[in-house]
Structures are given as C-alpha cells and as structure tokens.
Design a protein around this ligand. Sequence first.
Ligand code: UD1
Ligand code: CA
Length: 458
Amino acid sequence: MSLPLHIIILAAGDGTRMKSDLPKVLHPVGGLSMLAHVFNTAARLDAAQVHIVYNPEHEALPGTLDHPDINWVAQHERLGTGHAVQQAMPELPEDCRVLVLYGDLPLLRPGSLEGLLGLPDTALGVLTMEMLQPRGYGRIIRGDDSTVSAIVEEKDASERQRAITEVNTGIIIAAATRLRAWLETLRNDNAQGEYYLTDVVAAARADGTVIEGVMAGEPGDFAGANDRAQLAQLEARLRQRRADELMQKGVRLADPARIEIRGAVEPGRDVFIDINVVLEGNVILGDGTTIGPGCVLRDCQLAPGTRVHAYSVLEGVRTHGACDIGPFARVRPGTELGAASRVGNFVEIKNTSLGEGSKASHLSYLGDSNIGRNVNIGAGTITCNYDGVNKHRTEIGDGVFIGSDTQLVAPVKIGDGANIGAGSTITKDAPKDKLTLSRSKQVTIDGWKRPRKVTRDK
Ligand code: UD1
Ligand code: CA
C-alpha cells in the first residue's frame, strides 16, 4: 500500500515584478486567482490534505479560498523555497508522500502530474521540462548515467550549465521522512542567500536515493507568471485551452482567439458563438443555441434553439424554449423567458417571467413582473416597480396588448385579453378583455397662430 499524499503549495512570494498591491498568487487568470487554479488541481489529486504556505502579512489571502480542509501555514520571512517547505513539514504526518506545487502555476492539470505521482515512494521525483529559452529557471544537471545529479539556479550556474535547456518546473515529490532529512542539510551560501528547495537533489544524491527526472509532456502546463506580460500569456494560453475544449464538445467558434471563458460552460450540440463573447460563471447552452458578437453571459441556462443577438448582456437568465434576445438587450437576474418569446433592442428586463410567445421588442423596462402568454409589450413601456422604498410586482395576464409609452405603476394587475391604450399611466387594475386607457382628450385650437420672430433695428 502506498503512503498517503500531502500537497504543499508555495504561495508566500510577494511577486514584486507585478508592481501590484495584490499578492502575486491572487492575480486572476481566466476569471480565477492563480492560487485557486492550483488548489483546484490539487483538490483533484486524492490528497489526504493540502497545505498552503503563505505570507501572514497577506491576511486576506486565506479568505479568498473558502475551503475548510486547507491547512494554512505561515512563512514569516521569505528565505527561499526550501525554507517555505520547512515551515509546512511539522504539520505533516511522520510517514507520507509530499508533493510540492507552486501557487503561480495556474495552468497545471492533474494529468500533467501523472508521471510524477506514478513513481515509487522511495524515489525523489523532479518534474522537468525542455525550454529553448531557459532564462531564469534552475537547470537540470544529469550525470554520466543520465540520472539527475543536481539542480543549479541560473544565478549560480556556470556558462556551460546555463546552456542546458532542461529546466526545473519546481515541482517535486518525495517521502516525508527523507525530505525532512534533506531539508536539514540546506544552506543559504548561494548567489541569492536563500534556502533553495532545489538543493534537496544534491542531498538525496549524497545518500544514494534514486532521483527520477520526469520530463513534462506539455511544458505549457508549467508556465508561471512573474510579471504582467507573462500573466497575459497565461491568459491567452488558458483561453486557447478552453476554446479547444468547447470545439471538442461540438461548438463552432467564429474565432477561438476572440472568446473569453471565465467559468464553466456546458454546451449542447451545434452551438455557435460569434466573436468577442464573454462567458462567466456557470453557463449552459442548449443544442443549436447561437450567441451573437459582443455578448456577455453570466450564470445563464439557455434552452435549445435560443438565439442571443449582438451586444446583449445576460445575467441569471433562464430560457424555456427557442426564443430571441437582443440585439442590445439587457437581461438581468431572475428572468425566465418562454418559448418563442422575444426581448428586443434596448429592453431591460429583471426578475420577470415572460410567457410563451410574448414580445417586448423595443425600448422597455420590465422589472418584478409576471407576464403571461402571447402578450405584446409596446415600445416604451415601463413597469414602475419602485416607490422609492419598496419594490412591487406587476401582473399581466395572457393575450394582453400594452400600447406604446405606457407606465404600469405597481402593484397593478392587467387581466387576460385586456388592451391598454398608448400613452397611459395605469395606477389601478385593468379588467380582462376591455380597453383601458388614461389619457387627456386631444384638442385642436382654432385660429391659433405661430408666433413670429421679432426683429429690432440696431
Ligand atoms: C524556482 C526554482 C527554479 C525553478 C523555478 C520554476 C528554487 C530555488 N528555484 O525559482 O529552479 O526553475 O522556480 O518556476 O526553488 N516562495 C515562497 N517562499 C519563499 C520563496 C518562494 O513561498 O521564501 C514561493 C513563491 O510564492 C512561488 C514559488 O515559491 O510560488 C517559487 O518562488 P520563486 O521566487 O518564483 O522561484 P524562482 O526563482 O522562480
Ligand atoms: Ca518564479
């Protein structure tokens, strides 16, 4: 039986090169902090526990990952990666396997760690990668028998060693009993005056431990971010990865480089997404759904056949059949749209259900309303749902026709089949099947003359 797995995520660095008040690991990639990405990967590895080493001056950090099972370990001084791991070791059981990850490697996937996790408990595993431009990375030194004999940091490396293109990802795995012993031997007499985790390799070598340098299949998975430019590269990589996933699930993307996926998307078959669409939170797109250019969707569930037209912003929307939204619609939380319904341009709709076949085609605000089936909402209709203190509901029955430029002052009910004359301010319930209107009579003034322009001599 193999030993239980404990994961240590190093996240105490300041990330000075970000030039930011935010700790480096909290910078977002694809809508989630780098640390949250790494934790999510760690959480899928069947570990007995995840330990995160952090700088206690970043007090807000633990609160950003609201997970009761995380063991937060303070590193009071930044004395190097080896020192960081040392802080966590007393918290681990005597006998276990330790996997060390970095909090700034958000593209890590469980699959990218398989080779390392498959090693025998007795070995020291080091995850390496090939880098044509290895600047800044620790170089992997292999002996005559090609096993790893040391890792040399760039600042300590000779000219010859700097030419080596196999580098350290920073990720290692080892038995806790051995790692403890190796960590005891670390010294900081190097170019940076730090306790390097990488020096455990030389220590392991000295006591005859087998060191396995496992080369990563996808070096892109181990890209970190030290500055904003690298952060933007990670963003682009993650965008590409998520776009690929969508296309593999059968989505047609107008341009995989021009979509932003900042959450979890569950697409049906034959979905089409045009350029510059942003998807956030949990988005479910039924079969044959189409999303026009420039749309933003957050936490939406769209039924098969739903068409979202250009430049619409949807949040917390659920559709119950093929319907049309936009262009230029703003649909806010709590909105339910029936089959064959339509929300047109410059319509804002919130906390409202719009029944099957009902239409609000232009320029309206519909808030806190229940709207029945086959209702026509004329242009410029406003539900006055707020009296300055409380919100009130508007109830509109089936088959109602609301004339243009009508205000419905809630709470108010419009009966089935009612017609409301254009330009009305409706403050009382309107009965079913009748025409109701509130409008002053139209008059024409006989003998009226347009005023004439007065000209004065200068
Ligand atoms: C480290 C490795 C290098 C490797 C590279 C890969 C060492 C000595 N060097 O270098 O071989 O190629 O990563 O990216 O390990 N951290 C702490 N406390 C500290 C110092 C660092 O928690 O006292 C954390 C940082 O937050 C970061 C990680 O450890 O998540 C790596 O630290 P960083 O300073 O970026 O190491 P590198 O110099 O890049
Ligand atoms: Ca780094």
